[in-house]
Write a protein that binds this ligand. Structure first.
Ligand code: SAH
Length: 216
């Protein structure tokens, strides 16, 4: 039986050393979330390799370094209301939940029903059920019933920034989204400053495609 706690610490040490984890808050969050509980049973032994892993239906759990980069750039703090598009395994949502606890909330949308259930079960069994709500829907339309959001992030690559997402961003809010082709994207940060949207490119990344009304 592998010692998952030691493996997790070893991985987070390497994320700190390589400069992906910078803040103590993100470090603490990543040391707490058990990634082995968010991968299919037969892949548990690979949970602490810094790579995406298949979770079924052609989808993947994001690599830990990508979760770290996005958590740092989102500037997550307690009490924030966050929207994730692409729940997948629920792992990324759990890391964010650690950062907005105890009074913030993560809404995460997933378009594949079996994965929405997978994410929900994983989040419940690891104790994040109260901080995270999983919704089975097309996330390119956002989640108007819970808008506006302090933070929005998209865990899939989009051809362009879906307008419903910028419309549902609170003033002073931040959005992270991979934008580009089906196989390679740029991670874009958008900040809403009053009526203005300020965009910044953060570098290349590789995500599965965002599929839906305002996606592919
Ligand atoms: N954040 C996840 C990784 C998700 S992979 C994790 O930590 O495991 C990207 C996910 O986005 C896939 O599960 C895919 O089904 C989902 N997805 C793609 N387009 C979507 C859309 N329009 N709405 C909601 N989910 C979408």
């Amino acid at each position: 039986m592998p010692d998952f706690e030691s493996e997790r610490d070893f991985l987070v040490d390497s994320l700190v050393r390589r400069g992906y984890v910078v803040s103590q808050e993100v470090e603490k969050a990543m040391r707490r979330v058990p990634r082995e509980e968010f991968v299919p049973a037969q892949l548990r032994d690979d949970a602490y390799v810094d790579t995406p892993l298949p979770i079924g239906d052609g989808q993947t759990i994001s690599a830990p370094h990508m979760v770290a980069i996005m958590a740092e750039k989102l500037d997550l703090r307690p009490a924030l209301k966050v929207l994730e598009i692409g729940a997948g395994s629920g792992y990324h949502a759990a890391v964010c939940a650690e950062l907005v606890a105890p009074d913030g909330h993560i809404y995460t949308v997933e378009r594949i029903s079996s994965l929405a259930s997978f994410a929900e079960n994983n989040l419940k069994k690891t104790g994040y059920g109260n901080l995270v709500t999983v919704i089975f829907a097309d996330g390119t339309k956002g989640l108007p019933e819970h808008a506006p959001f302090d933070r929005i992030f998209v865990a899939a690559g989009a051809p362009d920034i879906p307008k419903p997402l910028t419309d549902q961003l609170a003033d002073g809010g931040k959005l992270l989204i991979p934008v580009g082709g089906r196989f390679y994207q740029d991670l874009i940060k958008v900040e809403r400053k009053g009526g203005k949207l300020v965009k910044e490119g953060l570098g290349g990344c590789v995500f599965v495609p965002l599929i839906g009304e305002h996606g592919y």
